[in-house]
Design a protein around this ligand. Structure first.
Ligand SMILES: *Cc1c(COP(=O)(O)O)cnc(C)c1O
Length: 369
């Protein structure tokens, strides 16, 4: 490929397809697949990813907020879209754009029921979320009676699915906790089915759940990070392909004398001659200040260069003393090597955070469409 010429996030749709097929291979053929495309498809390009996933045959999409669902509808996405964390203020729009809310508390259920009634809905599809141990969002087990009483004979709403979320699906040390969550979910959904008189479909697994608890796939799974190439596990990462590769170029090379400093607040002080390269991306592009001061490493002509001094808003400086490079050369921030997981780990964070942090200022280029 020719030089990218500026900071660019390459989004590889072949990798997306590969990851989808890998995850599908872990599931029973009839298990439905929900692609999580919240947060701009984990920082990539939500509409492009959703369109590709639609052609690959996924069954459902999920976003976090209503405005994300609206972007998908405006782009012509027709599949059902679950909104994981809708806010009351957006309920009217949610219905206008045929989005499907997660109802997670008596209060939210009541508010949504009012809006659905107001808008003359019948059998509007909703999803009921139960808290089984993450203690984040969800009804409690003892809300089952409340839900059944309020929805059993109401024509406005229809429960399409019930779901829950594992707290530590990637952590095998927490296996017994996860298994307890799964058992609790089974028990709750059975109880709800009896009281409702029908059986909504069930889902509980995220990416690491698919890998570690395939026996709990129920009728659908919800995968995000795995589609984008990461599995919270080295062995799984080896079988997935990163969708996003962040590249940039060297803007300028400097020769630094002993006792000179680099960057704001003179955070890096050199004790000998060094060569530094200035790169056109900074904390406004998503490379947080925690990557500064020798934490983060980028790859230039096959070698690693550490970020020196403080991360600036629009630039970082890296140490290229031992690297044969020149202005205009390409730099890999993350992708295949270093992976987003490794790059993130250098600053004590996780792939999810660095992927979703890459700001809209960074150009997106789709490859292998
Ligand atoms: C974000 C999210 C997912 C996706 O999780 P991954 O670990 O990225 O696969 C699944 N379910 C819920 C409720 C989520 O919020």
């Amino acid at each position: 490929m020719n030089s990218i010429g500026e900071t660019t996030l390459l989004i590889d749709l072949n990798a997306l397809e590969h990851n989808y097929r890998f995850l599908k291979s872990k599931l029973a053929q009839e298990t439905k697949f929900l692609a999580v495309v919240k947060a701009f498809a984990y920082g990539s390009d939500m509409v492009t990813v959703a369109k590709k996933m639609e052609t690959l045959g996924v069954d459902y999409f999920a976003v976090a907020y209503v405005k994300e669902g609206i972007l998908l509808r405006n782009a012509g996405i027709k599949l059902p879209i679950l909104v994981l964390h809708p806010q009351h203020i957006n309920f009217h729009e949610l219905i206008e754009y045929s989005l499907e809310p997660s109802l997670y508390s008596p209060k939210i259920l009541k508010l949504f029921l009012e809006v659905a009634k107001d808008k003359g809905q019948t059998a509007y599809p909703v999803h009921v979320k139960f808290n089984t141990g993450l203690n984040r969002l969800g009804f409690w087990e003892n809300d089952v009676d409340y839900i059944a009483e309020h929805l059993r004979d109401r024509k406005e709403l229809k429960i399409i699915s019930v779901f829950s979320h594992l707290a530590a699906s990637e952590d095998t040390n927490e296996k017994s906790f996860s298994l307890t969550q799964i058992e609790t979910f089974k028990k709750i959904s059975k109880e709800l089915n009896q009281k409702l008189g029908y059986a909504p479909f069930r889902h509980m697994l995220n990416t690491s759940g698919i890998i570690n608890y395939p026996e709990a796939q129920f009728e659908m799974v919800r995968s995000g990070i795995g589609l984008y190439g990461y599995g919270n596990d080295k062995a799984i990462d080896g079988q997935l392909k990163p969708v996003a590769t962040l590249k940039t170029i060297i803007s300028q090379i400097h020769k630094i004398e002993p006792n000179e400093s680099v960057g704001y607040n003179r955070a890096f002080k050199s004790d000998h001659y060094r060569t530094t390269a200035t790169l056109p991306l900074g904390h406004a592009d998503g490379i947080g200040r925690h990557y500064g001061n020798q934490k983060g490493h980028v790859r230039i002509n096959g070698k690693y260069a550490s970020v020196i001094g403080n991360v600036c808003m629009d630039m970082i400086m890296v140490d290229v003393t031992d690297i044969d490079c020149k202005e205009g050369d390409e730099v890999v921030v993350f992708g295949q090597n270093p992976s987003a997981e490794d790059f993130a780990a250098s600053a004590n964070t996780i792939s999810y955070e660095i992927l979703t942090a890459i700001s809209p200022r960074v150009k997106r280029v789709i490859i292998n469409p």
